[in-house]
Write a protein that binds this ligand. Sequence first.
Ligand code: ADP
Ligand code: MG
Length: 142
Amino acid sequence: MKYITNSEKETRNLIKKILNISPSQNAAVYVLEGDLGAGKTTFVKGLEDVFNIQIKSPTFNIIKRYQIDYKGFKNLYHIDFYRVNSVEGLDFEKLLKDPQNLIFIEWGSNVKKYIPSFAKWIYFKYLDKNTREIIYEAEENN
Ligand code: ADP
Ligand code: MG
């Protein structure tokens, strides 16, 4: 599915479309791809309204965890592999296996060999100052 958003707010709202999910065998994993400024973090920040939390960019910490209680999901992980090409010290495989985890990964292509096949990819593209193209590889269900 392809979307065009014309504001930060529209991109924040878009994430709500993929939230009609429930825990399965593994974590729910979304890989967000696109250049700096394409809107990946903005997209994740849309969850602030949903979970009533404040999301801070994980760029310098690589990983941030937020406690949530949503349809069986207990943990929200926001991970950013910008200029990082290793998952060392993150216990990444374990995170990916836990069905209670909802995981959003920026710059996942930097650690591509660690990204599981069940991850869903979302592509962000800068079109102009306020306009972004966002493509979901997976169908959303609401
Ligand atoms: P990334 O995480 O991909 O590097 P950010 O979400 O941090 O990108 O930054 C996107 C920037 O672009 C923000 O400053 C945001 O305000 C701005 N912006 C302008 N229009 C949009 C839009 N339609 N969608 C998302 N961000 C937008
Ligand atoms: Mg970002």
